[in-house]
Write a protein that binds this ligand. Structure first.
Ligand code: HEM
Length: 459
């Protein structure tokens, strides 16, 4: 590929640190991506130097592996993230560590086995088919809509149907979705000012409306859990699998409160992440229609007019590579903060007790040493014949080590299904005049919603 043919999709400005900090504080949107100095895309390890708390970003695959494998239990998930989630899913697998986490993870893994995902596939297909009907209506009317919201609805619907056998439109599920959206918008995850002026271990209070939303979400999740506990024979879904799980040593199942924590995290971790990746994927398809044509060629050749089955999702290497490249440039989990529990050394760098240890898929996956043309969108990197040339450990959108995403297989399957079905039916047309800019919130999102319309595929 010639340099002039490279497509560089939207990326943040990389300014000199002090200017970047002043800009982020002035704009007030806490967009940490714009705080990253240009050097963060080139160094192996460096300080993010504006914080009173020592914050060190590691960008070398060996150091990242050491921290994320965490054989000595020195680097638990950071207190910033744990604080943000404790009222919602305080005792869930996403935030626990040590023995408690190990027990929970062993009980949850079987719910996301290959067999379980293939079993859940029919529910994924039903959700996608309903959304195809909505999109056909939008194509007929020409209505402009928000790409971000559409993807969030679709992935939330898939989670509700596969976890609880309940479509999003049912009363309880839609209430949970709306409160989760409020939580994601308003929860204080990383307040830039607090990060700068507060010492390690300080608490981050949540606003009252967030605490109220957490209470409502837990109440509704409790209703969904109760319907499963009261009529166990009626369901055969991911919730039933987690309810049936037993502690390997004691034989004890999850309590009702623990089930609310664990099933709540599937909703939180399982829909916004996939929606973020798909928002970027469809934005790129709309901005670069030649990719739409290339993906269609593969889908038509492999599937013809037949519905996309579970087996067919495994036979679309270009669609899969397109999705993987989207996850490289727009990893939904932008940062994975850890904290050093005691003074220690990693890759020759001394870390103080309480130091914030940043692993950033965002910088690792755009790093000049590990990637050629790091900011360019080139799905061919991930075709099976090219993958052996990739730097091991430089691609971690689903994390690494023991805490690797439980839902990775689930997410890849639903995303290939959604891409294949929505690409084969519609042209995606951006509304003019939009400046698209990525922002790191709970997930990596466009700073402003992307507006577009669809048209029936041109013959
Ligand atoms: C494209 C979609 C997704 C991406 C990019 C993603 C990414 C990640 C990452 C990076 C982690 C590790 C976080 C860390 O170590 O700090 C993680 C953990 C987790 N993810 Fe996902 N995820 C996705 C979809 C899902 C889905 C669909 C589910 C469930 C339905 C899920 C459930 C979880 C859970 C429960 C954990 C915690 C695992 C543990 O700590 O043992 N994720 N995810």
């Amino acid at each position: 590929m010639t340099a002039s043919a490279l497509y560089i999709p939207p990326k943040p400005l990389s300014l000199w640190s002090v200017v970047a900090l002043a800009r982020v504080l002035w704009k007030g949107d806490g967009n940490l991506l714009e705080l990253l100095p240009a050097a963060a895309y080139h160094f192996d390890v460096g300080n993010l130097g504006y914080s009173r708390r020592s914050t060190v970003l590691f960008n070398h695959p060996d150091a990242v592996r050491e921290i994320m494998r965490d054989a000595d239990g020195v680097f638990p998930k950071s207190d910033l993230m744990v604080n943000a989630l404790e009222h919602l899913i305080g005792d869930s697998i996403f935030v626990t560590d040590g023995e408690r986490w190990k027990r929970q993870r062993a009980m949850i893994d079987p719910a996301f086995s290959h067999m379980r995902i293939s079993h859940a596939f029919a529910a994924m297909q039903a959700a996608v088919n309903d959304h195809l009907v909505t999109l056909k209506e939008r194509a007929a009317s020409g209505d402009v809509f928000s790409l971000d919201l559409t993807m969030s609805h679709l992935t939330a619907d898939i989670i509700c149907r596969t976890v609880f056998s309940t479509p999003l439109q049912s009363g309880v599920a839609v209430d949970v979705f709306e409160d989760f959206t409020l939580f994601e918008r308003s929860a204080v995850q990383v307040d830039v000012l607090r990060l700068i002026v507060k010492p390690a271990w300080s608490d981050t209070p949540q606003p009252p409306e967030v605490l109220a939303a957490c209470e409502r979400i837990r109440h509704h999740l409790g209703e969904l859990v109760d319907s499963h506990l009261n009529e166990p024979d009626r369901y055969d879904d991911i919730a039933s699998s987690v309810i049936a799980a037993r502690d390997q040593e004691t034989g004890v199942p999850f309590s009702r409160e623990e089930l609310i924590d664990q099933l709540g995290v599937f909703f939180l971790a399982g829909h916004e992440t996939t929606a973020s990746a798909l928002t970027w994927a469809f934005y790129i398809l709309a901005a670069q229609p030649h990719w739409l044509a290339r993906l269609r060629e593969e889908i038509d050749r492999v599937a013809g007019d037949a519905p996309i089955t579970f087996e067919l999702t495994r036979q679309l290497p270009l669609v899969k590579a397109f999705f993987k490249e989207t996850l490289r440039l727009y990893p939904p989990i932008t940062f994975m903060p850890r904290v050093a529990l005691r003074e220690t050394t990693v890759a020759g760098r001394r870390l103080r007790r309480g130091a914030l240890v940043m692993i950033a898929p965002w910088t690792l996956q755009r790093h000049s040493k590990w990637w050629s043309d790091p900011h360019a969108f080139q799905p061919e990197r991930f075709l099976p014949e090219n993958e052996s040339a990739l730097t091991p450990g430089a691609y971690i959108p689903f994390g690494q080590g023991p805490h690797t995403c439980v839902g990775a297989g689930f997410a890849q399957t639903e995303s290939v299904l959604i891409l294949a079905e929505l690409v084969r039916h519609f042209d995606w047309l951006l509304s003019p005049g939009q400046a698209v800019r990525p922002a790191a919130r709970m997930t990596t999102r466009p700073a402003n919603q992307i507006m577009l319309h669809v048209a029936h595929r041109a013959p």
